[in-house]
Design a protein around this ligand. Structure first.
Ligand SMILES: NC(=O)c1ccc[n+]([C@@H]2O[C@H](COP(=O)([O-])OP(=O)(O)OC[C@H]3O[C@@H](n4cnc5c(N)ncnc54)[C@H](O)[C@@H]3O)[C@@H](O)[C@H]2O)c1
Length: 459
């Protein structure tokens, strides 16, 4: 099928950047990104690109270059479905918070709503592309919905999971390690491969069956998260044995069979995907009665929760077993640097634990607002909104956040944290002034020379 118009349902962290890069590299294809969230679409259409709803290095420039030419953002979902030959589904697939599979399975209601809407609106043949991360065999459910419309419209379903990492999304999209397309119809697969082919070498475009493609995405995230939990498990052992986790990581990473990436020990991984996708994998394994497989992967999550918890506990015990009424300054709230995404950020859980101990927290993050911090904590439902807003606030500058604080907790690895005037920060803090570096970002000896009591992970 010759594709001249594409629609993407879901203008989020995946839909926005992915479609912007497709539009940039395919000037002859009209790409329309639609969403039910009017506020989000308005932000995507903001004439000042610094107000886009998603921060990613390089994204604003591409949106500025393509928007209004062949890239459009709209809430007119039916119109975009109707006129497009190819429709990407890129909506959220969070962990279920109710019913069967609560806390484990992926909630597919948004995906199903999209499929039903496409079935209702489509008058001409469509290629439907799963861009969202979905449990293996979801394409079967989508196909079943689309095949029961009672019309002659033909639907081909492809799985095309997205492997971008937030913070480097544009670079990852422009130079992907691989693009994965799973499907049955060769014609549909080649239509999508041609779109990527305008900037990705064909050898890097893998074609598989749908089920391998769906499962590969869950597996990739499980393996990545597993590496972090593995090095974090070793970090605790390092703290007991005077080994240094960064030295261990370097030593094992030089083994070409292991490789150096994703071996940075930290306060624990966050983000919208790792935990959700592993829980989903565990749920799927249990549903096939594969207990050993499920238990194996679940341990990755258990260790990650342990790492966040022990960071908070260590902070409390170092501050003489009480943080009640003490100001703790957080540097960073986003789940990693170079993104404004805070979903499942370790900072949220560490803060919640410290607030239970009546700490008073001030947060500085270069890309996260006070209202986002409040809504992240309110979502946990641990205490009332009034209590949260009394106990934790976003600060306008790092120096405000750390003034009169008993301790600094570094929660995100933003590069700018390394450039601060740490001598000035030291003079403005209560003494002894503690740093708990959850990202091993600062130089221990420099901080100790200034006078800080410095604690990092795995050292
Ligand atoms: N964020 C990542 O780094 C990443 C990476 C790879 C894959 N994924 C996967 O991609 C999918 C999307 O993730 P995201 O981070 O972009 O989510 P997101 O929450 O940022 O965006 C999803 C968007 O879909 C919209 N939406 C939901 N239902 C809709 C409907 N029926 N019609 C129209 N719009 C609707 C929401 O309003 C929201 O704006 C998920 O399955 C996720 O697991 C995410």
């Amino acid at each position: 099928m010759k594709v001249t118009k594409i629609c993407c349902i879901g203008a989020g962290y995946v839909g926005g950047p992915t479609m912007a890069v497709i539009a940039k590299n395919n000037p002859n294809i009209k790409v329309t990104i639609v969403d039910i969230n009017q506020e989000r679409i308005d932000a995507w259409n903001d004439s000042d690109v610094s107000n886009l709803p998603i921060y990613e290095p390089g994204l604003a420039e591409i949106v500025e270059e393509t928007r209004g030419k062949n890239l459009f953002f709209s809430t007119e979902i039916n119109k975009a479905i109707d006129e497009s030959e190819m429709i990407f589904i890129s909506v959220n697939t969070p962990t279920k918070t109710y019913g069967k599979g609560k806390g484990m399975a992926a909630d597919l209601k948004y995906v199903e709503l999209c499929a039903r809407n496409i079935a209702k609106v489509a008058q001409t043949d469509k290629i439907v592309v799963e861009k969202s991360t979905l449990p293996v065999r979801t394409a079967q459910a989508i196909k079943s919905i689309l095949d029961h419309t009672g019309s002659d419209v033909k639907f081909d379903i492809l799985s095309n999971p997205e492997f971008l990492a937030e913070g480097t999304a544009i670079q990852d999209l422009l130079n992907p390690d691989r693009v994965l397309i799973g499907g049955e119809s060769e014609d549909a697969i080649e239509s999508l491969a041609n779109i990527y082919g305008s900037w990705v070498p064909q050898a890097q475009i893998l074609r598989t069956n749908v089920w391998s493609s769906e499962l590969s995405k869950l597996t990739a995230n499980a393996f990545l998260a597993q590496r972090i939990s593995s090095i974090n498990a070793i970090s605790e052992l390092c703290e007991k044995t005077e080994a240094n986790v960064d030295e261990v990581a370097k030593a094992i990473g030089m083994d070409s069979r292991i490789g150096p990436k994703f071996l940075k020990s930290s306060v624990g991984f966050g983000g919208s995907c790792f935990q959700k996708d592993i829980l989903n994998l565990v749920y799927i394994a249990r549903s096939y009665n594969l207990q050993a497989v499920a238990d194996y992967w679940e341990q990755v999550i258990i260790l990650n929760d342990h790492q966040k918890r022990r960071f908070a506990d260590n902070l409390i015990s170092t501050l003489y077993n009480t943080v009640s009424g003490k100001k703790i300054g957080f540097l960073g709230w986003a789940f990693k640097k170079d993104t404004n995404d805070t979903r499942e950020s370790a900072a949220i859980y560490v803060a919640d634990h410290l607030l239970n101990e009546q700490a008073s927290i001030a947060v500085y993050d270069p890309k996260v607002s006070d209202s986002k911090i409040q809504s992240d904590l309110n979502y946990l439902n641990t205490r009332s909104e009034e209590e949260n807003s009394k106990l934790i606030q976003g600060s306008a500058t790092p120096y405000d956040a750390l003034k009169d604080a008993h301790a600094v907790a570094i929660m995100t690895e933003w590069d700018e944290f390394k450039t601060y005037d740490w001598k000035k920060i030291y003079t403005q803090m209560k003494k002894p002034a503690f740093i708990f570096d959850g990202r091993n970002l600062l130089d221990k000896s420099t901080m100790e020379k200034i006078g800080f009591e410095y604690t990092s992970i795995g050292q």
